[in-house]
Ligand binder design. Structure first.
Ligand code: ZN
Length: 283
């Protein structure tokens, strides 16, 4: 397990963490000034700044792109909707390629419009991933399936366990040619009794493409926008990071905090300072 005390070069900041305060150019500048190694922008942030300009700013700042947020949302009530999602994912892959992103983070999508057929949604996700995987491989942008906490299964993401994400990888890439893997986010997987075994399984296949950290606030006041700063919640982050790194992961550690009641209200400069301090001490 790596010692992070002097390794801010391994810290990537997810652009959502200070999105209410700074636009992308300011976030890039802030990451560089604080000595972070990477950034994970969101597509709406790219739209404001322009993907070409963003790519240049990030490159000039010497930052890596741990991932582009995000692709996926592959479930839809009709064929036109599914096709539109696939087209949009191809554009996301192209944007990620422009940024030299290390992966495109994929959110499965929830149950389409009032459906109760979870299995059908899973099939749509698998078919959608199959449709875009060749484009991702050609562009050199691996797809990182991020299983989300089960509280999002209906409305956002019906792939909720690391084991499910890895099953999808194995079915879509049985020869392990690459181009598809997983993003492991402690916020979404910490409760899983099978986590250690699944992390080892992911590592053996070389499928860990990203590692995200934040913390689970007790009590949680909002299902989406109440993540805690590392060290302020219930997750044993170093333990999970140890398993992930023992499994062979040597990439960036991305800090991703959506927090409408707390961190989004604070001065962004202060947030980056605290992120760095917690990264060194409790991650
Ligand atoms: Zn994440």
């Amino acid at each position: 397990m790596r010692d992070l005390a002097d390794r801010l070069d391994l810290l990537a900041l997810n652009g959502a963490t200070v999105r209410e305060r700074w636009r992308l150019p300011e976030i890039v500048d802030g990451c560089a000034r604080h000595g972070f190694g990477g950034i994970a922008p969101w597509r709406d942030q790219l739209q404001v700044t322009g993907t070409g300009t963003a790519a240049r700013l990030i490159r000039d700042a010497g930052l890596r792109v741990s991932g582009l947020c995000r692709g996926g949302l592959l479930t839809a009530p009709d064929e036109a909707g599914r096709r539109a999602a696939i087209d949009d994912n191809r554009r996301a892959i192209d944007e990620a390629a422009q940024l030299d992103a290390e992966c495109l983070v994929m959110l499965a999508g929830g149950l389409p419009g009032g459906s109760r057929d979870l299995r059908h949604a899973w099939r749509q996700v698998e078919e959608g991933l199959a449709a875009i995987l060749p484009h991702a491989r050609a562009a050199g942008v691996p797809l990182a399936i991020e299983p989300l906490h089960p509280m999002y299964a209906a409305d956002r993401c019906c792939v909720n366990l690391l084991s499910h994400a890895l099953d999808l990888c194995e079915r879509l890439d049985p020869e392990n040619q690459g181009g598809i893997g997983v993003a492991i986010d402690v916020y979404h997987v910490w409760f899983d009794p099978g986590l250690d075994a699944q992390i080892a399984r992911a590592g053996e296949a070389g499928r860990i493409l990203a590692f995200h950290v934040s913390d689970w606030r007790v009590p949680t006041r909002d299902l989406l926008l109440d993540r805690a700063m590392m060290g302020d919640g219930a997750i044993d982050i170093p333990r999970i990071r140890g398993r992930v790194e023992d499994a062979g992961y040597d990439g960036l550690v991305e800090v991703e905090i959506f927090s409408q009641h707390d961190w989004w209200r604070r001065d962004a400069e202060e947030v980056l300072t605290i992120v760095a301090e917690r990264f060194r001490t409790v991650v």
